[in-house]
Design a protein around this ligand. Structure first.
Ligand code: FE2
Length: 368
């Protein structure tokens, strides 16, 4: 609503009354007055113009003022005050007017002061209501924009997260693959298929889980298992690939692969390489202290190496290698592992091996 000039719609069939009201209102320069002599014209003006206040005669030739009031209230989306102008004094008419949605009444004969005071009062209310409406629509627009921004940002964040997840998975896959291929490289001369490496890693996983280790630790052991014999890279071919029985000095050269492996993996910068290093160095230690290279005993031997040891020996007993052409049958291999409990192997690990045996056997069968 214009702060300086309000528009008043005057609907009154009586010409003299209309003239009077226009005259009274004209004394105030604030108002623009639209006139209608019947309900039809009045309603049309109400619908077309931006009306701020309606002065509505109750007795109109084509429709009752009450009904017109109701119609105007029902089509208007914003607040427009309606003052019923009536010659009636009956209480029932006021009730009818209120029911029709009228905001006030003026009783004929109309007094100038009353007309102006009431008009001004309702126009003030109208101004406030308009302001509230404006704030409300601005707020709703603001909320809508905010919502759109939130949706855009959420989508961007989701995309970024998905990309990050993909990148993380890629890094993880690369890490696993590099470790595995490095292990294959180490075994390449005597185990060209890389099957030993893959089986070993799966055995280590199953035994670790059966030992009751948390999945993250079992996963770490599985990841580094392919590197346990990486030190073989440093063992000469004529010793490593010798099909005949090794002589004493040659056995020592083979055993050196544990120290060489530990050297390759020395000064680790990650937990992965640290565990790989201890597994590489100690996977030929024995529970009774008769192993190599350090002769560690019992729990002095890192758990990763104790688990690796069982998996490694079991795989050696059940696969064909240059120095062991005839593979043991898997059940015989199992008995041999169990027979080593407490001497060669940690009894807790052999028990876990026995518990995981069905799954281990499955892995063995699938890799044949
Ligand atoms: Fe080894």
């Amino acid at each position: 609503m214009d702060e300086r000039q309000a528009t008043i719609l005057l609907i009154e069939d009586d010409h003299a009354n209309r003239e009077l009201l226009v005259e009274l209102l004209a004394e105030s320069t604030d108002y623009r007055v639209l006139q209608a002599a019947d309900a039809r014209t009045g309603f049309a003006l109400f619908a077309e113009e931006k009306v701020d206040l309606v002065l509505l005669d109750v007795m109109l030739p084509d429709e009752s003022g009450f009904n017109l009031c109701r119609r105007m209230k029902s089509v208007s989306r914003i607040f427009v005050p309606i003052i019923l102008v009536t010659a009636l004094h009956e209480l029932s008419d006021k009730v009818k007017g209120l029911e029709a949605g009228a905001d006030d009444f003026l009783t004929k004969p109309i007094l100038r002061e009353e007309l102006l005071a009431r008009s001004q009062s309702h126009l003030r209310t109208k101004r406030m209501m308009d302001r509230i409406d404006r704030y409300r629509s601005e707020l709703s627009l603001f909320n809508q924009r905010l919502q759109e921004q939130v949706e855009i940002r959420t989508r961007q964040l989701q995309t970024a997260l998905a990309e990050l997840r993909t990148a993380k998975e890629e890094v993880e896959r690369t890490r696993v693959e590099i470790v595995e291929r490095l292990g294959i490289a180490a075994e390449y001369r005597d185990e060209w298929t890389g099957q030993h490496i893959r089986r070993m890693a799966l055995y280590v996983w199953e035994i670790s889980v059966a030992c009751g280790l948390p999945p993250e630790q079992a996963e770490l052991f599985r990841l580094v298992a392919p590197l346990h014999d990486i030190g073989k890279m440093g063992v000469r071919d004529h010793v490593l690939l010798k099909p005949e029985q090794l002589e004493e000095g040659e056995v020592d050269l083979i055993r050196e692969h544990t120290r060489i492996g530990a050297q390759i993996l020395a000064d680790p910068r990650t937990e992965l390489i640290e565990v790989a290093g201890e597994m590489a160095r100690h996977h030929h230690e024995r529970w009774d202290g008769q192993g190599y290279p350090d002769g560690l005993k019992g729990e002095e031997i890192p758990l990763s190496a104790r688990i690796c040891s069982v998996a490694d020996v079991f795989d050696a007993l059940t696969s064909s290698r240059v120095y062991r052409a005839d593979a043991y049958q898997v059940l015989e291999a199992r008995s041999e592992i169990m027979a080593g409990a407490g001497t060669r192997f940690d009894p807790r690990v052999t028990e876990a091996f026995a518990r995981a045996f069905d799954k281990i056997q499955e892995i063995w069968e699938q890799s044949r």
